[in-house]
Design a protein around this ligand. Structure first.
Ligand SMILES: [Zn+2]
Length: 475
């Protein structure tokens, strides 16, 4: 039995407790920065497995880190456990059926994300002890991936400064190495202040902050034609100035989410949006101020680590789904459109095969899909530590991200099999690094080459604090 097989055996030996952990976190969905119970579950599991625990990493109440082993290289495995608003759903039911309560749900599968990463870290801990090798493994329980950019704040606080390699994953339809395509982004709140007055009796005395927001949005919407085609801008009103149409709105606030291919392009776009905001204030004789809420960097790939991870995937093969898993997945596929399913195949870069409900292949490394236009706070980690991520196959092909169908599939046997499978992929990659210092050196050289021309300049300036109250406004 070689070392890789022994690490997979260690994952299997521990799986039961971590499937149960995932199910418990699924049952207590909590929004960004309020994951108190979920984080407590992960902290308790770290202690139970014998990790040395650091709570409140970077001063964030729901961030936790556990370390095991001595000396040697440091391998970080990153997990998440935040849920989403509006995606409550009964488990295993293939029709929309929200549960009573605040309406939160694990519509991005982060219950699995955290548990599989902690399972992988635990198996690596056991492997280090069995083999009496120097080396440390850490599990980072990272909150608020959904819009809170917690990892960016953790990077800024130095939480990863002595880490040699970072490994993570995300639930997906297909088993693959994650392509390093994601957008840098930032959330900025623009607040306008004008002057209230009677909208009929003294309109000339009022200066409308609501007008200013509307003009800002018009300006930005005209700008769209003249920005890079892979950039994205979205906005939401946080304060429309009140409910009385006969009062000129003295305040108004809009949250902008600006995304671009990389940090350089993002900075350019932020400058232009700020000019539009200033223009709107000038036109309406209001005052504008702004506050950066969060920001993440684009992801950097790492070729040596991607090859190592693919090698683990190729030797493992696809997750061991059975006919019952496929039948359950087909029930969920029946709620999707043909377009949903085609998009899932296109995203991964494989020709569509009709009637295939669950992943039955390992996607080759050279297959390139349609880029994913989202963002992730793993991006910031990838600029300071060589980072690699897997896609773990945990749900029916075609399931849209952030959907009730995704929440519903989060506790099925297929989800458990997918999370154990990806834990093996991550643990195997970690063991490859621990056994081969040359792999870590190659990964570091790859990162140095990617950042040589554009060193890391985080979107988050030193004065921006983690938006711990963001879920209060979101919910
Ligand atoms: Zn997610």
């Amino acid at each position: 039995m070689d070392n890789t097989e022994s690490i997979w055996r260690l994952v299997d030996a521990k799986r039961g407790g971590f499937e149960a952990l995932s199910d418990r976190v699924w049952g207590m969905p909590e929004l960004a920065y309020t994951e108190t119970r979920s984080c407590a579950e992960h902290t308790a599991m770290l202690r139970e497995q014998g990790f040395r625990v650091t709570e409140k990493v970077a001063g964030i109440p729901t961030a936790v880190m556990g370390e095991a082993g001595e000396g040697g290289p440091v391998i970080a495995i990153l997990g998440e456990y935040d849920a989403l608003p509006g995606l409550s759903q009964e488990a295993g039911v293939a029709e929309p059926r929200p549960l009573p309560g605040p309406g939160f749900g694990h519509g991005c599968g982060h219950n699995l994300l955290g548990s599989a990463s902690l399972l992988a870290a635990t198996a690596v801990k056991e492997w280090l002890a069995e083999n009496k090798l120097p080396g440390r493994v850490r599990y980072y329980g990272c909150p608020a991936e959904e819009g809170g950019a917690a990892k960016g704040f953790m990077v800024r606080d130095g939480a990863f400064k002595d880490v040699d390699v970072a490994i993570s994953w995300h639930p997906a339809a297909f088993a693959a190495v994650q392509e390093a395509v994601s957008l840098a982004n930032t959330r900025i709140d623009f607040s306008f202040v004008g002057r209230a007055s009677h909208a009929a009796a003294a309109p000339h005395l009022g200066r409308s902050a609501l007008d200013a927001v509307e003009l800002m949005n018009v300006g930005v919407n005209y700008m769209r034609e003249h920005m890079p085609s892979d950039a994205r801008i979205h906005y939401a009103y946080l304060d429309a100035g009140g409910v009385a149409p006969n009062v000129v709105q003295p305040t108004a606030k809009v949250r902008y989410l600006i995304r671009a291919r990389d940090l350089v392009e993002l900075r350019r776009l932020i400058e232009r949006v700020r000019k539009v905001a200033d223009g709107a204030a000038l036109m309406t004789e209001t005052k504008v101020s702004s506050k950066v809420v969060s920001g993440v960097s684009n992801l950097l790939g790492n070729a040596p680590l991607e090859r190592a991870m693919q090698n683990n995937l190729d030797r493992l093969g696809p997750p061991p789904f059975d006919d019952l898993d496929r039948a359950r997945a087909a029930e969920f596929q029946a709620t999707l459109t043909e377009e949903d399913i085609a998009a899932s195949w296109r995203r991964i870069g494989l020709p569509m095969r009709k009637g295939v409900a669950l992943c039955d292949v390992v996607v080759p490394l050279e297959v390139r899909g349609a880029p994913m236009m989202g963002s992730t706070d793993v991006g910031d980690v990838s600029w300071v530590v060589p980072t690699v991520q897997a896609r773990g196959s945990t749900y029916a092909i075609g399931t849209p991200g952030h959907s009730w169908q995704l929440t519903a599939q989060g506790k099925l046997p297929a989800a458990h099999k997918g999370m154990v499978h990806v834990a093996k992929v991550m643990a195997g990659t970690a063991v490859d690094c621990l056994r081969d210092p040359a792999l870590i050196e190659a990964a570091k050289a790859d990162l140095a080459a990617r950042t040589a021309a554009n060193p890391y300049e985080p979107v988050l300036s030193p004065d921006v604090q983690p938006p711990l109250d963001m879920s209060v406004t979101a919910a």
